[in-house]
Design a protein around this ligand. Structure first.
Ligand SMILES: Cc1ncc(COP(=O)(O)O)c(C=O)c1O
Length: 393
């Protein structure tokens, strides 16, 4: 039931309670909805507040004199962390901005086909629908299995859907509904053999899973920094493999930058600098724990509650059974109780905050612990699910 030996670092509760002490979270409820926005650790939040103060004290001097050098430092830190060249990265406000820059700037031809999945993020799908209407594109939606037998099963699904008109494949690395991790590198390798471009929505995988951007094998990746990296709200990242920068036309007007300079995509005017500067602090906090240890702990937490409810009569898990196919995010339902009702009862009766998500035509309850989630809080969730399920029988 527990894949780790008792002395494994993922269950060194004294280490993790030290990590927990570095987060200030509301004592009023158990927050198991950490998929939307990842709370900043206290040192990151304090740095962010210092930057705000300094900006307000120094005003234009801060922006004109201090900021350029500090920004260069942030870009160097991001390049080192992601394994990308700073010339392949643009800081954006969030993932939707990154994906809009890509989707609206891509050199579409009328009749091009885009492959996507039903489980992709709704707003990304809406952007694609808008772009499809403007450029006369065809969108083909796939429904990958919730609990695949192998990576190859998924690769084969995408491969079978490729036609001579397929130009782009949109992939969500970690499905926000169920937590399923898609085998992006394997799908991207197959797509490359067919001459199809891959755009990755890495909103949840970035800084939750231990990988470098280049390992995804995709030329275009959108990232979110305010979820699992724990930077303040208002920062995302766009990665474009260097030789492909030239192919993306700026969404925000630019006539000054060279066509192969990624800065052409970042011509957005004055933006709040404090969240951007705090990226460096968020990276330092993340690295002090370590990507591999963070991923292992988050997976341990979700596996902890899932293994305890899996066989409870009436409970259904929407997340793949194999532990390596998910990490922090997972979802469940209870037979005979609408998911909306389960979310409401968890909050009203047990002070546990979760969120409703849809999976195809069904609804589920998404549960997302964070590094500050304790085993006792997960025990409270397991007990609550058991009671709600028992009441429905
Ligand atoms: C899979 C996925 N993609 C994209 C986004 C959008 O991120 P943002 O609101 O930061 O643009 C989210 C946000 O929850 C997400 O879960």
């Amino acid at each position: 039931m527990n894949p780790y030996p008792p002395d494994h670092p993922v269950q060194d509760e004294s280490y993790w309670s030290g990590v927990r002490a570095q987060y200030a979270v509301s004592p009023d409820f158990i927050n198991l909805e950490n998929g939307f926005f990842g709370v900043q650790a206290t040192p990151v939040h304090q740095a962010f507040q210092r930057y705000q103060e300094q900006l307000n004290l120094e005003s234009a001097y801060f922006l004109r004199v201090r900021l350029p050098e500090r920004l260069a430092g942030v870009m160097r830190a991001l390049a080192a962390f992601t394994g990308a060249d700073a010339g392949e990265l643009v800081i954006t406000r969030n993932l939707m901005e990154s994906l809009n820059i890509l989707l609206q700037g891509y050199p579409w031809r009328a009749g091009d086909e885009v492959l996507l999945a039903e489980h992709d993020y709704d707003s990304v799908i809406e952007t694609l629908e808008m772009v499809a209407a403007r450029h006369a594109l065809t969108l083909t939606r796939l429904t990958p299995p919730l609990d695949p037998a192998s990576d190859e099963q998924i690769v084969a699904l995408y491969q079978a859907a490729i036609t001579p008109r397929t130009r782009v494949l949109l992939l969500t690395h970690m499905v926000h509904r169920t937590g399923q991790i898609m085998p992006v590198a394997k799908i991207a390798a197959m797509a490359r053999r067919h001459g199809v471009d891959v755009m990755v929505d890495a909103a949840h995988s970035f800084a939750q899973l231990d990988y470098r951007l280049g390992e995804l094998g995709a030329d275009f990746v959108g990232v979110n920094l305010h979820k699992w990296l724990g930077a303040p709200l208002g920062v995302g990242l766009l990665y474009i493999r260097r030789p492909r920068v030239v192919d993306i036309a700026p969404l925000f007007g630019d006539s000054r930058s060279a066509v192969d300079d990624i800065k052409k995509l970042a011509h957005v005017g004055t933006v709040p600098p404090a969240p951007i500067l705090a990226i460096e602090d968020a990276l330092a906090f993340h690295l002090a724990i370590g990507s591999a240890r963070k991923e292992a702990r988050l997976r341990h937490l979700s596996q902890y509650w899932m293994t305890r409810v899996r066989d409870v009569p009436g409970v259904r898990l929407f997340t793949p059974r194999a532990a390596e196919r998910s990490c922090a995010i997972a979802a469940f339902g209870i037979e005979g109780v609408a998911a909306q009702q389960v979310v409401r009862r968890l909050m009203d009766d047990y002070r546990i905050f979760t969120v409703l998500r849809t999976v195809g035509a069904e609804e589920c309850v998404r549960v997302t612990p964070h590094l500050f989630t304790s085993i006792e809080q997960l025990d409270a969730l397991v007990a609550a699910i058991g009671e709600i399920a028992a009441g429905a029988r």
